[in-house]
Design a protein around this ligand. Sequence first.
Ligand code: ADP
Length: 494
Amino acid sequence: MADKLLVIDEGTTSTRAMLFAADGTCLGCEQAELTQHYPAPGLVEHDAAEIWERTLACARKIVEQAGGAGAIAAIGITNQRETVVFWDKSTGEPLAPAIVWQDRRTAAMCRKLKQAGHEPTVQARTGLLLDPYFSGSKIGWAMANWPQLKQAGDRLAVGTIDSWLVWKLTAGEKTAGVHVTDATNASRTALMAIGSGHWDDGLIDLFDAPRAALPEIVDCAGNYGKTTLFGAPIPICGMAGDQQAATIGQACLDPGDTKATFGTGAFVLTQYGARQPTSKNRLLATIAWQIGGRRAYALEGSVFVAGSLIQWLRDSLKLIATAPETEGLARSVDDNAGVYLVPALSGLGAPWWEAEARGSISGLSFTATRAHIVRAALEAMAHQAHDLKTAFAADGADWKALRIDGGMVANDWLAQDFADMLDVHVERPAFAETTALGAAMLAGVGCGMFADLKAASAMRGKIAAFEPRMEVAVRDVRLAGWERAVRSVIDAAR
Ligand code: ADP
């Protein structure tokens, strides 16, 4: 019986295929690493052909584990956002390297557009800022610098990773693939007017993007086409960018519901409802999902350094041997002994946006030990989250509670510190792969397994809860110390 869901979770460092039962149980996972290409400082590329081959190989293994394509009701896709792929519609082969979201090659172009006064319009229409992060400038750069793209004429297809995967899944030997992108991925290109859900001609002109090569924007749940690559046909029924999929996987379905993913960096999204948000605090406005043509919006804030700080303590400072050790060390001391760590190792993200800022460890005295520094590093996570919470609240999206996920939140001390410092109820699902789960929920809605996302959210499963129990005076001292530390880092950068 076709009652299982196949999820393709195409990340930045690896691609995965996972199998889910309708109750949310994960029945299998296959993973393959992806090669990172760094052709010059600041440039990051992927080989789209490799992404496809490795994704297909993982999916094939999972279909086999499922007992064949006949057991799978639908496919859901979630992916690294903003990365752009260029391919030939007649051959289905890439025409150029994929430019990855981390790539900064369009920094000068974005600066010029900013100086020319375009940022307010871009922000009003797209919810984004003028930054190389988003796809629009990457596409414009590629069209201007890679002649084979213009030479391909109307054979050129451009899309984000979701589009590329759907094309490859649906293309036959002699037939073209389906060329679509879902509204969440489209909302990260800076080419879509997020209020309308359509490509915006003004933005397409601004970035010099090829209008005819862009995919059609579709809902996050529906039926986009079938793949016959695994034997019996399987419909593709769900799609969303990774952070949006995690928001759905954490069942953030009502305005104010918030999820925070603490992996290498941290991404926080707050569900905003049907109204398009406008941030006055340099948060991003984005589409959380679009189903039945109706959009739900979210505010998004990202912190550049989260788990990577722990890796730095381990690999560069050699203060710890493993990341989980941080928990015992933090517990071994009563407080931070006045030590504050500002993890601006690659600048400060939201809400500060201070690219030139650099990190600091301050307040050192002879009482400070390795444990205090490690504790200060963990405390920096809740401190950064606190700054984000303040910015979200100022934009009309205060957090009612916080749903956490990502590699770092396995740390119970950290989870409790979030509850204490943010003074909110914190939830951590037992099944940590919320991104894949969100894509499974969307595929389940798209194929009719669930009536809507509310019904699908039963897949989320068991939750551990953390309640605030810190005295106000203790919290105030911590926040005052952090504010001083972060101020001095910002002042030094200006
Ligand atoms: P990503 O998806 O960005 O690759 P993950 O969600 O897998 O990252 O999280 C990995 C990060 O979490 C690493 O940077 C690691 O240092 C950190 N980490 C893992 N376990 C712990 C722990 N118990 N305490 C603190 N940090 C941890």
